[in-house]
Design a protein around this ligand. Structure first.
Ligand SMILES: O=C(CO)[C@@H](O)[C@H](O)[C@H](O)[C@H](O)COP(=O)(O)O
Ligand SMILES: [Zn+2]
Length: 195
């Protein structure tokens, strides 16, 4: 296969994944947007976490809320749990890497907050423990997952929302997660500030 054929293949696979997502995900994205709007209207905060590319997604989401998305509006309260290297290394060093998000959630989350948990495999133990910690603190979970949802999907409760990209390739799942994040930002802006 030539380089240009490989590039075209990547684009077609991404487009196909997004079409599948369009067919299946809008009701779940709407539900997650509503959960986030309810949280923010009640002075709650959204705490986000993920590993690797999903850590980038967690930070992308929080910066879009703290700063702005597409309209002028006040900053909104969101915290990415992936950014403080002193906290992350000390928790991993003193306890366990699987605790890096859960310990922050137990310290920061209040009832009514939302934890945005992002995992393409649904199998990352630090994300699963983050979900347990969110439940212990009375926070709701919005989970961005992939494949069959993995063990993460089995941890979710009736008040949580899972947005699952039901395909196997990590990169395609991540690309679709970013689109979902932008949909959530758009819903939050328009439901809170109109326009
Ligand atoms: O971005 C990529 C691959 O596209 C990787 O960095 C990927 O995010 C990492 O392998 C993560 O550790 C995967 O974690 P998860 O999505 O399975 O929870
Ligand atoms: Zn963005």
């Amino acid at each position: 296969m030539t380089a240009s054929e490989r590039i075209a293949q990547q684009f077609h696979a991404s487009i196909q994944t997004k079409q599948t997502a369009l067919d299946q995900l809008p009701p779940f994205i709407e539900q997650a947007g509503r959960a986030m709007v309810d949280c923010l209207q009640q002075e709650g905060r959204i705490l986000s976490c993920g590993n690797g590319g999903s850590a980038g997604d967690a930070q992308h989401f929080s910066s879009e809320l703290l700063n702005r998305f597409e309209m002028e509006r006040p900053g909104l309260p969101a915290i990415a749990l992936t950014t403080d290297s002193s906290t992350l290394t000390s928790i991993a060093n003193d306890y366990d890497f699987n605790e890096v998000f859960a310990r922050q959630i137990r310290a920061l989350a209040l009832p009514g907050d939302v934890v945005l948990a992002i995992s393409t495999s649904g199998g990352s133990d630090n994300i699963i423990r983050a979900i347990e910690a969110a439940h212990d603190r009375g926070a709701r979970v919005v989970a961005l997952s992939g494949r069959d949802g993995g063990p993460m999907a089995l941890k979710l409760g009736p008040d949580d929302v899972e947005i699952r990209v039901p395909i196997e390739v990590t990169a395609r799942i991540q690309e679709t997660h970013l689109l979902v994040i932008h949909c959530l930002c758009d819903l939050i802006d328009h439901q809170l500030f109109g326009g």
